[in-house]
Design a binder for this molecule. Structure first.
Ligand code: CUA
Length: 332
């Protein structure tokens, strides 16, 4: 039995259907780029078809027109065609890079909502910053940046919300960050876009975009399920339990970089490379610290936590580091 909400025809008015209207800020950019590319390609296809038909009629076998003489201005036509095509394709590329870059780098500004997304055969599980858990449904406020921290508990999945023009692979052992800012309240289907086993097609859910006031009310009500409590508090407890404090406190900064005021800035690595300090960087640095050693510090001081902490714990830890990183700090 198919849930009527996921029937394309039924869902057409609710962010479903083959061409759901864009309901996120990035979605509007994606649509705009797609429309330009589609318009230019349509013009080219039409021009080619019209020329084919025209020339087929004009130089038909019964026609006595003279043919076989080389055109005089071939060079000029060739240069124009090659230049035109190059300019158009470089234009496509620039538009694509612009959108891709925006999609790949979630805003690090304060006020964003950080949600943990776990893919599992065959369901989507979510966890709000307050610790509130959901399965198959994700409640978010309209007009606020939502950062998704995606991880898988088993195989490769892909988190897909057509109305937000958002698709991100969810790979075990890899830490993905995606983001969106919904522009209209409503219910928007989530799909899994990577074949992940027998019930792949049933691995769906919905994003419920609410007015901020209603969202706060929803968040405050008890869900009735066992919840671990606010992420930041859990993160702080872990930070202390794992002994991070021993090396990362300011007075010990010769052993490890201080973390206050770090989030949203740039770290300079031993290789001379500069990387943005965002969620992905923090996760990488906890799981595999040797991969990116900050200039001025030794490798092999910090243990790699890959396999030692759960996705859940990593998420809480990053939530705390984000708070710590926004605090007044030593970085200028
Ligand atoms: Cu999960 Cu397909």
């Amino acid at each position: 039995m198919i849930d009527p909400r996921f029937d394309p025809q039924f869902a057409a008015g609710e962010g479903g259907g083959l061409f759901p209207p864009a309901a996120s800020t990035a979605g509007q950019t994606v649509d705009w780029v797609a429309a330009i590319v589609f318009a230019i390609i349509t013009l080219v296809v039409l021009a080619v078809l019209i020329m084919m038909v025209t020339y087929a009629a004009r130089y038909r076998i019964s026609d006595r027109r003279r043919r076989g003489e080389p055109h005089r201005n071939v060079r000029r036509i060739e240069v124009a065609m090659v230049t035109g095509t190059t300019v158009v394709f470089v234009g496509f590329f620039v538009l694509g890079v612009y959108g891709f870059d925006r999609a790949q780098h979630p805003p690090t500004a304060a006020g964003a909502l950080d949600v943990l997304v776990l893919g599992k055969q065959w369901m989507w599980k979510f966890q709000q910053p307050t610790g509130r858990r959901e399965v198959g449904q994700l409640h978010v406020p309209v007009g606020r940046v939502v950062r998704l921290h995606l991880s898988s508990e088993d195989v490769i999945h892909s988190f897909y919300v057509p109305a937000f023009r958002l698709k991100h692979d969810v790979v075990p052992g890899l830490d993905g960050v995606a983001w969106f800012e919904a522009t209209a309240p409503g219910v928007y289907p989530i799909y899994c876009a990577e074949y992940c086993g027998l019930e792949h097609a049933q691995m769906h859910g919905e994003v419920i975009v609410m007015e901020p006031r209603l969202y706060e009310a929803w968040l405050a009500e008890a869900s009735g399920v066992d919840e671990p409590g606010p992420m930041v508090a859990r993160g702080r407890a872990l930070y202390e339990r794992l002994g991070c404090v021993a090396c990362h406190e300011t007075h010990l900064r010769h052993r490890a970089p201080p973390l206050q005021g770090l989030y949203g800035r740039r770290a300079i690595l031993q290789s001379g490379e500069e990387v943005p300090v965002d969620d992905a960087y923090l996760r990488r640095s906890i799981l595999r610290p040797s991969a990116q050693i900050v200039a001025g510090y030794d490798d092999h001081v910090m243990p790699a936590y890959e396999g030692l902490i759960t996705d859940d714990e990593l998420f809480a830890l990053v939530a705390y580091l984000r708070e710590l990183g926004r605090a007044e700090g030593v970085h200028r």
